[in-house]
Design a protein around this ligand. Structure first.
Ligand SMILES: CC(C)(COP(=O)(O)OP(=O)(O)OC[C@H]1O[C@@H](n2cnc3c(N)ncnc32)[C@H](O)[C@@H]1OP(=O)(O)O)[C@@H](O)C(=O)NCCC(=O)NCCS
Length: 184
């Protein structure tokens, strides 16, 4: 377990001295399920990003939970997906989310710290590209940009303005286009 270090260049530094981040453990999943139920409701199962995660386990080393003592107050899940054109070799991409923070603990920098920790871990693990479906005004601060319209095709309806990518290595998104597929 580690305590969140002061923010280095992030716009929000977690302001809870007792806050810790640690990698996701399988025993956290029921608690996270309840948190996501409260945050997203039953509609979460119909979300296109959910289809990419369905039946695929999270990457436990790249996913993190935030805790205050034994209380889980937030989580971010990272799931491997593939992207590309059927005629070409598919590219490994990490799907970020759901990123969820317990309502009473929101706006203290926890969401940003969780996502930033996952991005750092992914970079260290040699991942080059991260994808998510979410709000650009929130995720831009973490380095996400809107994917050009039509370049990535997800397995369901999605607002193109919410398809965001983050290059963990310079130029990692160059030449990447096509369908985003669930890993099997
Ligand atoms: C989105 C979420 C994870 C942010 O967590 P958090 O710990 O509150 O985030 P941070 O403290 O890092 O950042 C808070 C800031 O981001 C802003 N923000 C939060 N959600 C935002 C959004 N969707 N778009 C733009 N800005 C947003 C807040 O207004 C706040 O701004 P302020 O500091 O100027 O008041 C949290 O609000 C949440 O769990 N929401 C419900 C689930 C969800 O929508 N998840 C994201 C989709 S995967």
């Amino acid at each position: 377990m580690s305590t969140v270090a002061p923010s280095n260049g992030f716009t929000h530094a977690p302001d809870l001295p007792a806050l810790g981040l640690r990698p996701l453990h399988p025993s956290d999943l029921p608690q996270i399920e309840r948190l996501d139920e409260r945050a997203f409701g039953p509609g979460r199962f119909a979300r296109t990003a959910y289809r990419l995660r369905e039946g695929v386990g999270p990457d436990f080393a790249l996913s993190f939970v935030a805790h205050v003592g034994t209380l889980l107050v937030g989580s971010n899940i990272m799931t491997p997906v593939k992207c590309g054109k059927p005629t070409r070799e598919l590219v490994d991409v990490m799907l970020l989310g759901p990123l969820t923070v317990e309502p009473a603990f929101q706006s203290r920098g926890i969401g940003e710290a969780l996502a930033a920790r996952s991005l750092d871990a992914a970079r260290v693990a040699g991942q080059k590209l991260v994808l998510l479906v979410g709000d650009e005004p929130y995720y831009a601060r973490l380095g996400f940009k809107r994917a050009p319209y039509g370049r990535l095709v997800l397995p369901g309806p999605v607002d193109p303005a919410r398809v965001l990518v983050c290059e963990l290595a310079p130029g990692a998104f160059e030449g990447v286009a096509g369908v985003v597929l669930k890993t099997t």
